[in-house]
Design a protein around this ligand. Structure first.
Ligand SMILES: [Fe+2]
Ligand SMILES: [Fe+2]
Length: 281
């Protein structure tokens, strides 16, 4: 089973460039084409927030136009750039968007891996958090299926990145409580996030925390005292989470790949069924 994670698409007004340089819509189109080429076909695509740079119904409609050719079922959670009300309205025709309640959290139970989609947004804040109500929801939701391998998804990474210029260094509310909740539910095989515009992994709450790369403009790895946040000239990318019946140790497991977006030309086959078809010399 393949779960594709895209994040931080930061869609702008049609025809405009972010920072007068980055075509986030073109990057998303390229991501959709790359995702459609994945074999075997992904079971689903999950967007972990910051879908639009300025969240509005118009931007989300434009986003949906841009992903119209996507073949896999699509799900999403909000980020700090998304407005809950227009986000909810724009996806009100889907069966996953919560119809009521303050928070946009829900579960995806149709696949061998369960996805628990959380809402880490704090209204009008860049930073993320999980209030007592959301902590309680997550704890109760995880308790419903203790034996099913589970991915917990949220926009803000609740763990540190070492990047000194960003807010991608944990939650400002509920981080320790979240770690304690995850420790109580060992079926959680991964906590996946976005927001950082850069991939990194970290041990968190007894599981593996993973922040996905962005499809828009990657942030540079800046770790100095100047606390700089800058955009790196690195390729945008998305993540592929592969659930394997045997992850190489006789047990099932989840492996995560990052896939850069761009025109890299045709792959050069070297081996077929273990037999060399092209030699280096
Ligand atoms: Fe973002
Ligand atoms: Fe964000």
């Amino acid at each position: 089973m393949i779960i594709v994670q895209i994040t931080d698409t930061h869609i702008e007004e049609p025809g405009s460039l972010a920072y007068e340089r980055f075509d986030t819509a073109a990057n998303l189109r390229a991501a959709v084409a790359a995702i459609n080429r994945i074999k075997p076909a992904p079971a689903m695509v999950l967007h972990t927030g910051d879908m639009a740079h300025h969240g509005s119904i118009e931007r989300y409609r434009y986003f949906r136009e841009l992903i119209a050719d996507l073949e896999a079922p699509f799900y999403a959670i909000p980020g700090n750039h998304d407005g809950r009300a227009p986000f909810r309205e724009a996806f009100s025709d889907t069966d996953w968007m919560p119809k009521d309640g303050t928070f946009l959290h829900y579960t995806i139970d149709d696949f061998p891996v369960r996805i628990v989609c959380c809402d880490s947004v704090r209204a009008d804040e860049v930073t993320g958090g999980l209030c007592a109500e959301r902590q309680d929801w997550l704890d109760r939701t995880l308790a419903e299926a203790p034996d099913k391998p589970t991915i917990v998804a949220m926009h803000h990474p609740p763990f540190g990145s070492g990047m000194t210029g960003t807010t991608s260094n944990g939650l400002v509310e509920g981080g320790a409580e979240l770690a304690a909740i995850l420790r109580r539910h060992p079926q959680v095989v991964r906590l996946i996030a976005g927001h950082a515009h850069r991939p990194f992994t970290c041990q968190f709450g007894g599981t593996i925390g993973y922040a996905s790369p962005t499809t828009c403009y990657p942030f540079a790895l800046e770790m100095g005292e100047e606390r700089i946040l800058s955009v790196a000239g690195e390729p945008p990318a998305f993540s592929l989470h592969l659930w394997m019946a045997d992850a190489g140790v006789g047990e099932p497991g989840l492996v995560t790949h990052t896939i850069p977006i761009g025109d890299w030309g045709e792959p050069l086959p070297l081996l077929r069924k273990g037999k060399r078809i092209l030699s280096a010399a």
